[in-house]
Write a protein that binds this ligand. Sequence first.
Ligand code: NAD
Ligand code: ZN
Length: 397
Amino acid sequence: MSANSGGTAKIGTDWRVRARQPVGYDVRVLNGLLSPSNPALAEACGTAPGRSPRCLLIVDDSVDVLHGDRLRAYFEAWSIDVEWHVVPGGEQSKNLDEVVAITEAMTGMGILRRSEKVVAVGGGAVLDVAGMAAGLYRRGVPYVRVPTTLIGQVDAGIGVKTGINHGTHKNRLGSYYAPEVALIDPEFLRTVPKRHIANGLAEIVKMALIKDAALFDLLELAVHDLDAAAFADGEPGGPAVEIMSRAIGGMLDELEPNLWEEVLERSVDYGHTFSPSLELRADPPLLHGEAVAVDMAVCVALAHNRGMLGTADADRAIGLLRAAGLPVTDPVFTTDLLVEALRDAVKHRDGEQRIPLTDGIGSATFVHDITREELGEALRFVRERAGSDTVLVRAAR
Ligand SMILES: NC(=O)c1ccc[n+]([C@@H]2O[C@H](COP(=O)([O-])OP(=O)(O)OC[C@H]3O[C@@H](n4cnc5c(N)ncnc54)[C@H](O)[C@@H]3O)[C@@H](O)[C@H]2O)c1
Ligand SMILES: [Zn+2]
C-alpha cells in the first residue's frame, strides 16, 4: 500500500490498495471415482482435526437417482459424514432461491469454514448454482466440483465461473469462484441421455472450430459413434478419450491466462454471442449447447459471407453440427432477435461487438462491425444448408 499526500484540494491522504489473489486448482480426469478403493474424492473432502470427516454434498436429482447408491456406499466406505442436499438438474434451479437454500444447508450443518468442503455433483446447472452459493457463504468456502454431464466435464465444471439466470437472460448474476479441484469421471456419462451428449458435443465442436483443426478431424471421423457408452468406456488412445482430453486441455489453455475475463475478446465465446439472449426464449427452450450450435452456424455463415471461410469448410462445420445431432436453426433465431441479442452482447462486451468468428477451421479472429443485413444473409445461408443432405454425407466420410 502506498500513501500520497499533497495536492491542493485534498483534505487528507489518499491510499491505493494493491493485492493479487493467487488461484490454483486441479482438473483431474480419472476412472472409478466412486470405487471405494479410490481415495481421490475422500481426499478432496479433506478432514478437520479432531473430528470425523464431513462434507455438504450438493447433488443433482438425476445423479441422486442414478448414482446415489454408489455415492452413499463410497462415503460410507471412507466414514465421511455427508449432509445430503438434492437440487433439481436443469435451468429451473439456476435462481436465487436455490442459492439461498444451499447456504441454509451450510448453516444447518454448521459447516466449518475451511476444513469441511461443499462437494457439488451434477450437471452444469447444479455446479453453477452450488459454486455461486459456495462463493457467497462467509464470502467464500471451499468447494469441489464433480461434473456428471458432458458439458459439465468439458466446460462448466472446469472453469471458475458460477451463475444463475435472471429474467430471460442466461447467467445474468454470477461470480468467478474457483473450486479446489474438479474431478472428472467419464463413467458418469453412461447414464446421460442422447440429447445431452449432443449438447456437450456442441462445446467440443466449438473448441475444434476456434483452435484445434486436429480435434475437428477427429470429431468428423468419430461423431456417429460418440454416444454415452463411447465416452464412459473410452479406452486410452481411443477417439472418445482423445476428444475429451483435447477439449478439456484446449479450454483450460484459453481460460488460464484470462481467468477473470479482463480481456473481453475471448475465442471461447464463439457461439455465445446471440445464444445467451435466445436460449431461454426459444419455445420449447433450447438446451445450452443447442443454442450455442445454432449461434455457431450463424457465425460460420457470417465468416463465409465475408470471405473468411471457404464454402467447403463452412459446409464441413455445419455438417459436423448436424451429424452430432444438433440443431443449426431455430424459429427464435430471426434477424430481429439476432439484432436485439447482439445489442445485449455489446453491453456484455463493454461497448464493442467483439464477435469471435472462424477464419479457417481451427482458428479464430474478432469482428466488430456485423450489420443487420449480414445477419439476415447468414440466416438464409444456414437455412439452405439445413435442408441439404450433402453436408451430412460429407461429415460421415
Ligand atoms: N460456469 C460455466 O463456465 C459454464 C460453462 C458452460 C455451461 N454452463 C452452464 O451449464 C448448464 C448446462 O449444463 P448441462 O448441459 O450439464 O445441463 P444440466 O445441468 O441442466 O443437466 C442436464 C440434465 O442432465 C441431468 N444429469 C446430470 N448428470 C447426469 C447423469 N450422469 N446421467 C443422467 N442425467 C444426468 C440433470 O439432472 C439435468 O436434468 C447451463 O446452465 C449453462 O449455462 C456453465
Ligand atoms: Zn457454453
